[in-house]
Ligand binder design. Structure first.
Ligand SMILES: Nc1ncnc2c1ncn2[C@@H]1O[C@H](COP(=O)(O)OP(=O)(O)OP(=O)(O)O)[C@@H](O)[C@H]1O
Ligand SMILES: [Mg+2]
Length: 314
């Protein structure tokens, strides 16, 4: 059975694309059939795996594949045999385009599921489909999550990335509730860590709040890894092989969790309760203008309803 994984956090530059590309490389090395889908208009994973400028993919990207509901003509195979559905900067219109397809071309179904429907055409031909997401909670990301069995987040131990986690879990809640109930949050990979910052308070806090989800493997910042952006991913030298070891370890942990049906569905409840706490703090402010008060009150109602749903998942 095909396993579809998204790599996502709405915070830029934390190592999502590098991790997606390297895990695809390692799975391919193990003889697996791998498709990598680039849902980021930066086209970074396309460039990493195909070693071509993002502009050379124009008109032959995942956007056109979704428009045609047929990925086959748009799949590019790299020199290692990894299949890629590339992106270019025009993928930025994806959110608008899927609603146009629904409205103007009467495409049936939910626009957030058009990516899934497109991938379904070739899904059975792959052991793994890996989707690289943009650093934002937009339709590209929601569509990727709607098309996935599992989501992995890559987290840099720094304050902005950590703060993004709660909102990220709220988004996962939305996707699970509305379009993809089977989606599993499989784990948090802490990345881009320098050796001496491991005692970082952010990491400690993350372990305290989401310890069950954090992988043991920590992805260190290594010069050999950053070189792959220009060289392509390779293990032809000993030092490159050594640099890939941390990703081998991460892959091992991910596959083990998938195999053992690991999940912790309490994260959604915790994220929503955090949100409610924040809303109630707001409502306690005596000088809160009436228009804002009305907004926060309706938000409170909605959040309480969501909390009731999330309680049933635990
Ligand atoms: N383990 C690592 N060691 C050294 N450099 C790394 C490592 N992982 C990623 N990088 C470098 O860090 C930068 C950001 O990584 P990457 O593009 O993977 O992040 P991202 O989360 O996908 O970013 P974006 O949010 O913009 O999509 C890149 O230049 C990449 O080469
Ligand atoms: Mg990226």
């Amino acid at each position: 059975m095909t396993i579809t994984l998204s790599f996502m956090l709405q915070k830029g530059g934390v190592g999502k694309t590098t991790t997606t590309g390297i895990l695809a490389y390692l799975l391919n090395r193990r003889g697996k059939n791998v498709l990598v889908v680039d849902m980021d208009s930066q086209g970074n994973v396309s460039t990493l795996l195909l070693q071509r400028s993002v502009y050379t993919f124009s008109n032959e990207t995942i956007l056109e594949a979704v428009e045609d509901q047929n990925p086959r003509p748009y799949i590019v195979v790299n020199s290692d045999g990894i299949h890629v559905l590339p992106a270019d900067d025009l993928l930025a219109i994806y959110g608008r385009r899927i609603y146009e397809l629904q409205r103007e071309e009467n495409r049936p179904g939910v626009p957030l599921l058009y990516l899934k429907q497109t991938l379904d055409v070739v899904r059975d031909e792959y052991d793994y489909i890996l989707i690289d997401c943009p650093p934002s909670l937009n339709e590209q990301t929601l569509s990727a999550l709607a098309a996935s069995d599992h989501v992995i987040t890559v987290l840099q131990a720094e304050v902005y990335a950590y703060q993004a986690l709660t909102r990220f879990f709220e988004t996962l809640f939305y996707v699970k509730k509305n379009v993809n109930p089977a989606l599993v949050m499989t784990g948090i990979a802490v990345g881009l860590t320098d050796r001496y910052t491991l005692q970082d308070s952010i990491l400690e806090e993350c372990l305290e709040a989401y310890g069950s989800l954090v992988f043991d493997t920590v992805l260190r910042r290594l010069a050999r890894i950053s070189e792959f952006a220009t060289l392509g991913i390779t293990d032809s030298r000993k030092d490159q092989k050594a640099a890939l070891t941390q990703y081998e370890n991460l892959l091992y942990e991910i596959l083990e969790r998938i195999e053992s049906n690991f999940r912790d569905d309490s994260i959604y409840l915790r994220a929503l309760e955090n949100r409610l706490y924040y809303i109630e703090e707001k409502l306690l402010q005596e000088d809160l203008p009436e228009v804002k008060r009305a907004r926060f009150e309706s938000l409170r109602e909605e959040t309480i309803q969501y909390i009731n749903v999330a309680k049933e998942w635990v």
